[in-house]
Design a protein around this ligand. Structure first.
Ligand SMILES: [Zn+2]
Length: 164
């Protein structure tokens, strides 16, 4: 049975922790991935990083399908930007910053490498939403949040709103 996990909310300082590499591909990793997917679906998110549930390892779950039937797990993801000139802007939201969305500009030509739950390595050149979403989630693993892309004044306004 999957368990709903508590999502840390901005400005919780634990969201600033840099995540560690996954080295053990065991049952507990699989359980965490399943619990994260369950939590993400319950909160109507499209992606969730382990950092957001206070587990500081390089694990991300995602489902970008409209039918919500395409769960994906990315372990130890890494990307390189293939074209610095090619950018996409997307209105992003974040389960750690509820009720807030912002247009963020990111590179949209990347090569992505990750491991699955068995530890097998995959490489892909994704396009569309996956490209944006994986960068957003990988920011979480570095302790970075989408509010870091906006002006300090706006960020402060959001912080005050969420602290109420
Ligand atoms: Zn987020």
């Amino acid at each position: 049975m999957a368990e709903k996990l508590k999502i840390l909310k901005f400005p919780d300082p634990r969201l600033r922790t840099v995540a560690e590499k996954v080295t053990k591909f065991d049952k507990s990793l699989e359980k965490l991935a399943n619990d994260m997917l369950y939590t993400m679906y319950e909160d109507n998110g499209i992606g969730l990083a382990a950092s957001q549930v206070d587990r500081h390892i390089r694990l991300i779950v995602m489902d970008l399908s409209e039918e919500r039937n395409d769960p994906r797990v990315f372990i130890n993801p890494e990307y390189k930007i293939l074209d610095n000139e090619s950018l996409a802007s997307f209105e992003e939201g974040c389960l750690s910053i509820p009720g807030f969305s912002e247009e963020i500009i990111r590179p949209d030509k990347i090569e992505l490498t990750w491991q699955d739950l068995e530890g097998k390595t995959h490489t892909d050149r994704p396009n569309g939403l996956l490209t944006i979403c994986i960068q957003h989630e990988m920011d979480h693993l570095e302790g970075k949040l989408m509010v870091d892309y906006i002006s300090p004044i706006k960020r402060d306004r959001i912080r005050k709103k969420l602290q109420k």
